[in-house]
Design a protein around this ligand. Structure first.
Ligand code: ATP
Ligand code: MG
Ligand code: MG
Ligand code: MG
Length: 484
């Protein structure tokens, strides 16, 4: 079943059950200052859940575009994590609760394909419930799941909150057993590769306070209106229904991967073990390329452009990671003009605006690749020499001044230096690097002060600063900031 068809069936199922069909919010999370990108379907409905706004409908269904950069290190290595993915979700705002949500999810999961459902084998579905959530447990039993396939799990996996005082509650996750070829028997606690999580049902029923972490808080009482928030990974469902190993092999992603393989002359899957975690590095890189190119397409499509801060920096890092992976596989020329149109063709059936806007998207993407290739040309020789010298001297870490010089003179980003050094088994003296960065900032400040007080005229440097801009090391923190 094509991904676009899974999306259509999901919307149809919930629309037939009284849900208003709501379009996806754009990827940049404009409404939430703590969030760079929308990372779940519920984000656009938060004001309803918090009681700040009255929802115009009691039930809604959506297919939300999501970005989860905290998952970036999993991409290509697990079978189930994309930086971009689509979360199908149904929502109840003080309307139905557990007894409504559980059967609705079960029905769509197991209804035969010929009757509009997903046709999953009911005997291979496992459900989890929060430790003391006997209510959900009972409803799963009545819906048809035997006791041996219902697992009680703790706060880490099965209790939802926003990490702040407000609504919270237990959740139930649905897992599908992909069979012994994918790992060990025993349920999701034993093997999350074999038992693939595909749907999470959140039951918002409590008000919490004294929140010190996601797992430490006090329940102060019941919410006056209980809510439902669910998320079903569209790509994960597609991987199940298309009978492929992982979400990089579904119809919306595989063609990009195939083109990257063709370009670099690699044969995907030639050397890998059966499960994603046993993959050959080349296969991981091909998946990373496919995932990241699609992510870049969708981000630029939603108005994000590459830059040195915030959302634009996340996009830049994702694009550069894809471009480097292509080079590591042996293709040294521009790659995006080969890959991006393939990604467009994958996504256009569900997102016609991507096709309509493609010229604009491509312009940004290709310019970014050209700029990065130029940076690489300038910095790589110097970095390679520095790495060789460091190794020859038997040092474990590349000196901070080298990293600084690369950054300052050649515009070589520190995260790239870290990544390339790591590939060579070296660390980077990050403290030394940061000291030099701080010195530079202090100098710039003193200069500005001097200019103001009239000691010397440094206005000539203004153009330099304007052109290059003072750059701050926001590398990994930026990327992780939105996780919550
Ligand atoms: P996992 O434990 O596999 O990382 P999760 O528990 O973090 O998933 P939820 O926050 O419950 O995921 O999100 C709801 C659903 O969205 C998941 O059940 C899954 O189907 C899907 N999903 C979550 N993260 C990703 C991702 N990075 N790529 C693709 N689908 C995802
Ligand atoms: Mg996760
Ligand atoms: Mg999970
Ligand atoms: Mg989950």
């Amino acid at each position: 079943m094509k991904t676009a068809e899974i999306r259509r069936r999901y919307l149809a199922h919930f629309e037939a059950n009284g849900h208003a069909v709501v379009p996806s919010a754009p990827l940049p999370a404009i409404s939430d200052p703590n969030l760079l990108f929308v990372n779940a379907g519920m984000v656009q409905f938060v004001p309803y859940f918090l009681g700040q706004q009255t929802p115009p409908y009691p039930r809604a269904v959506s297919v939300q575009k999501c970005i989860r950069t905290p998952d970036i290190d999993e991409v290509g290595k697990t079978s189930r994590h994309g930086t971009f993915f689509q979360m199908n979700g149904n929502f109840s705002f003080g309307d139905y609760f557990k007894a409504g949500a559980i059967p609705l999810a079960w029905e769509l999961s197991t209804k035969p394909v010929a009757e509009g459902g997903f046709g999953l084998d009911p005997e291979r579905i496992w459900a989890t419930v929060y430790l003391d959530d006997d209510e959900a447990y009972q409803i799963w039993r009545e819906t048809g799941v035997p006791a041996e396939r219902i697992v009680r799990r703790g706060k880490k996996d099965n209790f939802w909150s926003m990490g702040i005082p407000g609504p919270a509650g237990p959740c139930s996750e649905l897992y599908y057993d992909r069979g012994p070829a994918y790992g060990r028997e025993g349920g999701p606690e034993v093997d999350e590769d074999r038992y693939l999580e595909y749907w999470n049902l959140v039951f918002m029923q409590y008000e919490i306070a004294d929140v010190t972490s996601k797992e430490h808080f006090r329940i102060v009482g019941d919410l006056p209106k209980k809510n439902i928030d669910t998320g079903m990974g569209l790509e994960r469902m597609a991987s199940l229904l298309q009978g492929v190993d992982n979400l990089y092999e579904i119809d919306e992603v595989r063609p990009i991967l195939a083109r990257a393989a063709e370009l670099t002359g690699k044969r995907y899957g030639a050397h890998s073990g059966h499960v994603a975690s046993e993959s050959h590095p080349d296969d991981v890189r091909l998946r990373v390329i496919a995932d990241h190119v699609r992510t870049a397409l969708m981000l630029i499509g939603d108005g994000v452009t590459p830059s040195n801060e915030g959302r634009g920096y996340v996009l830049r890092r994702i694009m550069r990671r894809a471009i480097r992976a292509v080079r590591l596989l042996g293709w040294q020329d521009r790659a995006l003009p080969e890959l991006l149109p393939v990604a467009r063709d994958c996504m256009a059936p569900s997102y016609p605006e991507i096709a309509a806007e493609f010229d604009r998207i491509a312009q940004y993407a290709y310019a970014e690749e050209d700029a990065f290739l130029a940076t690489l040309r300038a910095g790589t020789t110097i970095l390679d020499t520095a790495i060789a010298e460091t190794k020859a001297a038997g040092q474990p870490a590349l000196p901070g001044d080298k990293a600084f010089q690369l950054h300052d003179t050649y515009g070589f980003p520190i995260d790239l230096t870290l990544e390339i050094a790591a590939e060579q088994g070296l660390q980077v003296d990050a403290d030394g690097f940061r000291r030099l960065m701080a010195d530079q900032r202090a100098r710039a400040k003193a200069d500005a002060q001097a200019r103001k007080t009239g000691h010397v005229d440094l206005s000539a440097y203004r153009t330099v600063l304007d052109a290059g801009g003072p750059v701050e090391f926001t590398g990994y923190t930026e990327l992780n900031r939105e996780s919550r």
